[in-house]
Ligand binder design. Structure first.
Ligand code: ADP
Ligand code: MG
Length: 703
């Protein structure tokens, strides 16, 4: 089939474009071809069927369209502050001033007294008298029929493009001309049976209607069709990839559940697993037993008990003679995992290794050796374990904790550490909305731990204004008197790093004064400290030797001190929702009632207010993540940057959830029935991959 068609034509060959406009189009909007240009969709539409009378103009009107004759024009002011004022008179005899401050010469030359015009713009009021600054003007005699659609498209443009006459109107003309020339060449991309089943608009019609809608109903149908198409192809890529990965790779088969797993489960597990934990262990067991390679995402709110699930998977690997490793994003976390895992395994006499950036050379050499010859089965570490020097005898399972901190490259490296790619379990405590997960991790299987261990008391969250700090300190003293510990967290935002450190240090000093030694002991941990110092302070806090931990968000991820019962977050309005939720998750880990206190100033933006209210209202990470997506859009949610979610032109993951679910369902059905896309009705889909080039399907990219 043809690879290069009409729509692949470089934009400079379009009449009225040429090399210099093409260069600006590319620079400003990345538009290279005809196809790119017709995907520069309008961001708004204006109802051009309605003509207003000048007497009707009121301050409530955003945009108005008028028809009338120019009866007068005058240049006013001196050379430095000149303006052009023309008078428009409508059929009822109303008069309105049209005003220009820029481009006066050009307009003056072209504006013809006595002729009838359509004027369009945003009215301004001066001494409660309306005028129309910089209106769009068209001679009634020259209005082109084809642009007289009821809803006129408005395109985004830039100052640069406007210099090249590519304002909204300019875009409209170019797009119109492409659609006119190429209309009959627009090819359908979706399977015909899908189109007819969902009664979707054809691609041809949708592309015309989205630019030049005949009415709002057709516009909606066009938008729906094109949104569906966007979501459909993202899902097709993801699920097709997933399938290919499965077909290309045999995973290591963990055929037995052996002594290590069983004895741990029966004799050494200090608590009963929650049903959710049991379900996930089962899912992992099924994956690793299947002969296929596992790529699973484990989502579970903070404190839901992911670590023990990870540990049991590692034991399963060991039972089958495979090595496994668990990777954490920071040294503190890796050490914590190492400590809790080795203490759980100690009675069973199983060795665990710890490899981080600060592991000493002698120890590291020993670890390298033991990993290479297969003596050491379980390894915990930071990204130090990705280094090429680290080689395994037979790595069967990789667990990645808090995955969003790892780059694609790093993950691919892990993947290559074994001739057969190891099973991969990605764990994240950042719940993400279902639709986002479907897109970000659409090619992973997803497990969810949606249940907290029994007996946990829900954390009580309170919002306090800064002037209530004295009472807060009183409350903290009461908690400390009960034997509890307290976190006080300050924001650290890169742009204002200096100020933030100052805040942190001032806060620390203030707190040290309010909580004086020897009665109270206060720790501090922040990003500028050396790893060893940080660890030491964390350890002191963990052992209960200090009462208060003053910190920046370094403690955000995973830190576990069950005796800590109060989390105070200073300047809470400066944190995002998911970060607030992560921080709150540091408490509520023991049997005691825990508290999260959000301190803010009195000045709160409406969005900050929603964030704080959401935190006070709910402890449910998924609910919070949905709100986060609504407030910020997918662009600001971690992990989305390299995912293609942001390339969406029309669909919105927060608003079009139902459509996404539908699109994914359709893709699943198609791939189940026709995994290689060889059936006649799926020809369009095969063409899609051919056109994209199969090279795009690189399975290493994801996992
Ligand atoms: P996260 O999912 O945030 O990583 P952890 O694995 O750190 O959570 O578990 C949090 C705490 O809950 C740990 O102290 C852990 O020992 C404990 N825990 C895990 N599962 C259970 C359970 N089923 N019952 C009781 N406590 C549990
Ligand atoms: Mg954890």
């Amino acid at each position: 089939m043809e690879r290069k068609g009409f729509f692949d034509t470089p934009i400079e060959y379009l009449k009225g474009v040429g090399p210099s406009k093409a260069a600006v189009l590319n620079k400003e909007f990345g538009i290279l071809t005809y196809s790119d240009l017709i995907q520069h969709y309008p961001f708004r539409y204006i109802d051009r069927t309605r003509f207003y009378l000048i007497s009707e103009i009121g301050p409530e009107l955003q945009y108005i369209q008028l028809k009338g004759h120019i009866v007068d024009k005058q240049l006013i002011g001196d050379a430095r502050k000149k303006r052009l004022v023309a008078t428009l008179k409508d059929e009822r005899g109303g008069h309105l001033e049209l005003v220009w401050f820029q481009g006066i010469k050009f307009i003056d030359k072209n504006l013809q007294i006595g002729k009838e015009y359509i004027a369009f713009g945003k009215p301004h009021f001066f001494n409660s008298k309306p005028n129309l600054p910089h209106p769009e003007l068209e001679l009634v005699s020259e209005v082109r029929k084809e642009f007289q659609t009821a809803l006129q498209p408005v395109y985004s443009s830039t100052e640069k493009l406007k210099l090249f006459f590519l304002d909204s109107k300019g875009f409209m003309r170019l797009i119109y001309s492409i659609l006119q020339q190429g209309f009959s060449l627009i090819q359908e991309t979706l399977p015909y049976n899908v189109i007819s089943h969902y009664k979707l608009m054809s691609r041809k019609e949708a592309l015309v209607q989205i630019h030049f809608p005949t009415d709002s109903k057709s516009l909606q149908r066009a938008q729906l069709r094109l949104k569906f198409e966007e979501l459909f192809f993202i899902q097709l890529r993801l699920l097709f990839n997933k399938q290919i990965k499965k077909r290309l790779h045999n995973g290591s088969t963990f055929s037995i559940v052996g002594d290590l797993f069983n004895s741990f489960y029966k004799n050494h597990l200090p608590f009963e697993l929650t049903n959710a934990q049991k379900r996930v262990v089962k899912e992992i067991r099924q994956d690793t037993y299947s002969g296929l390679q596992m790529n699973r995402l484990l989502q579970g709110d903070v404190g839901s008990g992911k670590t023990v699930v990870a540990l049991m998977s590692m034991l399963l690997a060991a039972d089958n003679g495979f090595q496994s490793c668990m990777m954490a994003p920071t040294e503190i976390l890796a050490t914590q995992h190492y400590n809790s895992i080795s203490s759980l395994l100690q009675p069973m006499g199983i060795a665990v290794g710890l490899l981080t950036g600060s592991t000493r050379k002698k120890e590291r050499d020993k670890l390298h050796e033991a990993l290479k010859n297969g003596e050491l089965k379980l390894l915990v570490g930071t990204h130090a374990l990705i280094e090429d020097k680290v080689q395994f005898e037979n790595l069967g399972l990789v667990i990645i904790d808090e995955q969003h901190r790892f780059g694609v490259e790093q993950r691919a490296k892990l993947w290559r550490k074994n001739s057969n790619p190891p099973h991969i379990l990605v764990m994240t405590a950042t719940p993400i909305p279902r639709t986002l997960a479907m897109t970000l991790y659409g090619d992973l299987d997803v497990s969810v731990i949606d249940e907290l261990p029994a007996g946990r008391k829900p954390i009580s969250t309170i919002h306090k204004y800064e002037n209530n700090r004295l009472r807060l300190f009183g409350f903290l003293k009461e908690e400390i008197a009960k034997g509890r510990q307290v976190y006080i967290v300050y924001p650290l935002i890169e742009e204002s790093e200096k100020m933030d450190y100052l805040d942190l240090m001032n806060g620390f000093e203030h707190i040290s004064n309010v909580f004086p030694t020897p009665q109270y002991r206060v720790s501090i941990v922040h990003g500028k400290m050396k790893a060893a110092e940080k660890d030491m302070e964390m350890e002191r806090f963990k052992r209960g030797e200090t009462h208060i931990m003053v910190a920046t968000t370094v403690i955000e991820v995973g830190v576990n001190v069950p005796n800590a019962s109060v989390m105070v977050i200073e300047n809470a309005e400066r944190f995002g929702l998911s970060q607030l939720h992560q921080l709150r998750g540091r408490v509520g880990r023991g049997a005691e009632q825990s508290y999260c206190v959000l301190m803010t100033s009195h000045k709160l933006s409406s969005e900050a207010k929603i964030r704080i209210d959401t935190m006070v209202r709910t402890n449910d990470g998924f609910e919070i993540s949905e709100m986060d997506l609504k407030l910020r859009g997918p662009g600001d949610i971690e992990g989305t940057q390299q995912s293609g979610v942001l390339d969406l032109k029309l669909a919105d993951l927060a608003k079009d959830q139902q459509l996404l679910i539908e699109a994914r369902k359709v893709v699943e059905e198609i791939l189940t029935e026709d995994p290689s896309l060889i059936q006649e009705k799926n020809l369009n889909l095969r063409l899609y991959f051919q056109k994209k080039g199969l090279s795009e399907i690189t399975w290493e990219k994801i996992s």
